[in-house]
Design a protein around this ligand. Structure first.
Ligand code: XMP
Length: 500
């Protein structure tokens, strides 16, 4: 299948770029910026390369930032923002690139004869940083300029550089520019969710043959969809394992078993080790220490359970595109997805190149019901990192009950689709309240509800106050040990979505 490869310099807009190309029927892959010419050749049918934007500063004396031999492949190349500067540098430009880019809309004049700008008016609004600056280049053609920055676009044969972001909605004809690039690449545009499923199943069959795969179901959509794809490909040569850590959400175990065993007729093996996890977490308050203990215990339990279940050649994992980025840019480790290094199987990651929305679409096509598809993202260390301080059985119960009330009320109000994530946190603040004539110190629950595109940036959800009041009343009335509820109104950044 024809593909466009994006070399990733870390722009926050890369997911949007990926999705826009795929919406236009082009299979696109996000690869590390160091990807070599040979690796691109090995992928077959790569029809175009995009060097993405990114937060870096490209100094004139910086080492090579991409394998310049990719330009010998004679495939059209588009550099965006930082990627454009990298290309410009290759052609000998002097670049003034700055760290704290301030993005805004700018009017630019374009060369309408350039195939990248087919059917776009001569003056158009684009989204870019006003301070980056590329001096005029010898031997290339200027295709766009702005009053403040001068050259903001160039071409040399089938290589193009744009200082602005066509993948951002604020660029008036951004989508058209990408469509023009797709045309220049000569991509056939047959990528759809259905074709992805069909090709992936074929590919998995070929790669796995009659070997056996074990996959850990986490309760989330990603591992479920990975399991369903694998099951379609290799049937009963897939074994699913659910580790009951005791740190899951309310009723998690049943939700999983019901879907897989009753609906899909896929047997799920359970390793019930809640007591072991809780025992190891006793007295632990440091969040990273909690993560480490949970991770190590998980690997141990997973290994032990796997040995009992037989011999496996592959470990199936539900890693998706955002996980790769998060771990690369210092996000918190997705422990279940890091298992192989410790466990020694070959890895198989059927949804590695998909975004969360695409995974949901695949899940729908494979028959997962809507309530499961719309499950909240849930961190691997589970409720342990939503309890500030030591994790105990009682605190887990308190948090589960409070969280279930929040979820019920959000679902009842029909606003779950408006949020990216919603959950309760059990803080370590015990504050005074009154019960009869006595003053009693009880726990404080924090409610965290955020809107976000991909979890990388987030805003707090602007709640209806009556509903928030109702949730608070229900929590303090129905959950023993809680007498105060607070609502978190911070954005990410500077906060994170989780508390630990
Ligand atoms: P933060 O808190 O970094 O969260 O804003 C971003 C997204 O990642 C999830 N998250 C985790 N997922 N292991 C995981 O598997 C973790 O340790 C972890 N920490 C955060 C979080 O729920 C949110 O969706």
């Amino acid at each position: 299948m024809d593909k466009i490869v994006i070399l990733d310099y870390g722009s926050q807009y890369n997911e949007s770029l990926l999705v826009k190309l795929r919406d236009n029927g082009v299979y696109s892959l996000l690869l590390p910026k160091e990807t070599t010419k040979e690796k691109i050749e090995d992928l077959h049918h790569v029809k175009g390369i995009i060097l993405s934007g990114g937060p870096g500063v490209l100094e004139n004396d910086e080492a090579k930032v991409f394998d310049e031999r990719i330009l010998e492949l004679n495939i059209p190349v588009l550099g965006i923002c930082y990627g454009m500067e990298a290309l410009a540098k290759h052609y000998g430009a002097k670049i003034q690139s700055i760290k704290d880019r301030e993005y805004d809309k700018h009017v630019v004049r374009i060369n309408t004869n350039c195939p990248l700008f087919l059917d776009i008016p001569e003056e158009t609004v684009v989204y870019m940083s006003k301070n980056d600056h590329v001096d005029s280049l010898e031997g290339v053609e200027m295709i766009a300029e702005s009053a403040s920055s001068g050259l903001v676009g160039f071409s040399k044969g089938y290589t193009f550089g744009l200082l602005f972001h066509p993948e951002v909605a604020a660029t008036e004809f951004g989508e058209k520019i990408l469509q023009n690039f797709i045309k220049i690449c000569g991509c056939n545009g047959h990528w759809t969710i259905d074709s992805f499923i069909e090709n992936k199943i074929k590919g998995l069959k070929k790669e796995i043959g009659d070997k056996k795969v074990i996959l850990g179901l986490s309760g989330g959509v990603d591992s479920a969809v990975a399991a369903l794809l694998l099951h379609r490909a290799i049937g009963d040569n897939l074994t699913c394992l659910f580790v009951e850590t005791g740190l899951h959400r309310y009723n998690e175990y049943n939700v999983i078993i019901k879907r897989f065993e009753e609906h899909f007729n896929i047997k799920v093996h359970i390793a019930d080790e809640g007591e072991l996890f809780l025992g190891r977490l006793k007295g632990i308050v440091d969040p990273e220490e909690k993560r480490r203990i949970i991770s190590n215990t998980f690997v141990e339990v997973f290994k032990k359970a796997t040995e009992k279940l037989g011999h496996f050649d592959f470990l199936g994992q539900g890693t998706l595109y955002t996980d790769i980025r998060e771990s690369k840019w210092g996000g918190k480790s997705k422990v279940i997805k890091d298992l192989p290094e410790d466990i020694g199987f070959k890895i198989i990651e059927p949804i590695r190149q998909l975004t969360k929305d695409e995974v949901r679409s695949v899940g729908r096509r494979l028959g997962l019901d809507e309530s499961f598809i719309k499950r909240q993202p849930f961190p691997f260390p589970g409720l342990a990192i939503r309890i500030i301080g030591e994790v105990t059985l009682i605190k887990l119960e308190v948090l589960r009950e409070a969280n279930e009330i929040l979820s019920q009320e959000i679902r009842r109000a029909g606003i779950n689709d408006e949020m990216y994530q919603y959950f309760c946190v059990l803080t370590n603040i015990d504050s005074v309240g009154v019960e009869g004539n006595n003053k009693i110190y009880y726990h404080t629950i924090a409610i965290r509800c955020v809107t976000s595109l991909n979890g990388i940036n987030a805003d707090f959800y602007h709640f209806n106050m009556d509903l928030l009041g109702r949730i608070s009343r229900r929590i303090v009335n129905e959950v023993a040990g809680v007498n105060r509820v607070v609502y978190d109104i911070t954005t990410k950044p500077p906060s994170t979505i989780e508390y630990q």
